[in-house]
Design a protein around this ligand. Sequence first.
Ligand code: HAM
Length: 427
Amino acid sequence: MPSRFQAPRGTRDLLPADMATFRRLEDDARRMAALYGYRPIETPMFEDSGVFERGVGEVTDIVEKELFRIRTPGSDEERWALRPEPTAGICRAYVEHGMHTLPQPVKVTMFGPMFRYDRPQAGRYRQFWQWDVEAIGEAGPAIDAEIIELAYRFLNEVGVANVEMHLNSIGDQHCRPRYIEALVEHMSASAHELPELERHRLAKNPLRVLDSKNARTLGLLGDAPRMADFLCDACRVHWEGLLVHLETLGVPVTPAPLLVRGLDYYTRTAFEFYQTGEQGQQSALGGGGRYDGLIELFGAKPTPGIGFGLGIDRIAALAGRPDDAPLAHAVAIVVGADPGATTARLRLATELRAAGVPSSADLAQRTLSRQLERAAREGAHFAVVVGDELDSGQVQLRDLEAGTQRLVNVADLTREIQRAHGSHRHG
Ligand code: HAM
């Protein structure tokens, strides 16, 4: 057993200073989701492993290597797994609760931690946070554009500079097989030159070869067939419609003919967000796409869907600290000349809090000047100094910002603080 414990590899503690940024992103995400009509949903953080195996796909990194499987007590079977992403669980819930009977599309959003047993490196964690948005039950390209514009606007509003939206169509069950055939044929001629991993991919899930980082593979991909040339009529109409809608909404498109995404459920629209110059799976700020076959995999009638997931850890690193993050929690800190008289200090702070004034009492056994120093360091606007005057129902109210002090009746304390603090904030 280690003599000192540390947070598990690939996880991190979000300290209060980190949480100021995280909370702002979460608040903005929830506000914008509500503005666009997406309602909160929560699904369990673990599910039957089959939800992910079937939903995300058996031959994906996420399921093959990264699923956090859980062995339940008294069983050898790893029946459950921590969720690596939210979409599969949300679709399972859509089917389980018969949400197809609700007005369509069902527009939902979720903000929470995801788990992937990935090799930890910069920007890649084993527990990370996503903001997820899904619209289930609508097929046309207009909803794709709405979803993409929402993610794009969010990234811009929270202050990520130079956001690029990479877009591709990966076709559907009608046209993709012909494309895969052409791709495999092209690559097979030189398969012996490919590294082991790429040969495995080519044999088991050929589209994954497209997002290879290997220089040799990339060289061969240079003149490989492109999905765009294989799209069936329906997919082409969808693609062209999407481009028109995105242009109308003012979302710039970076065409990305090699973009395929690491999850199997996608059809047609696939997109990812990057900061200019930072391309690569690892640095994607988020991504998503259409998944018209996914609901069916959970046993319901075919139902179209589209959504995105944004990586909040990566976005937090780029969005920076909020300027207006209140460093200070307390408007008032109650201090006292008699360090032992904690009851009076705690009682006054409790009364202030009951009236809605953020406040705390200094409960440490230290001198008044130390208590005042600390109140100033905390950034409190007022120190309420409890002394002998308390016997006649009064305390000193010291304005730490203005450097003034006056005697006030305890009965008037809340009102005095609210008035002075309010006029200071709005003046
Ligand atoms: P994804 O591309 O696997 O998509 O993940 C979305 C985002 O989550 C990534 O672009 C990245 O920013 C972040 N992310 C993924 N893995 C990690 C990690 N190990 N550490 C830190 N951040 C990470 C999905 O999950 C789909 N469910 C998106 C979606 C929703 N498609 C349709 N609806």
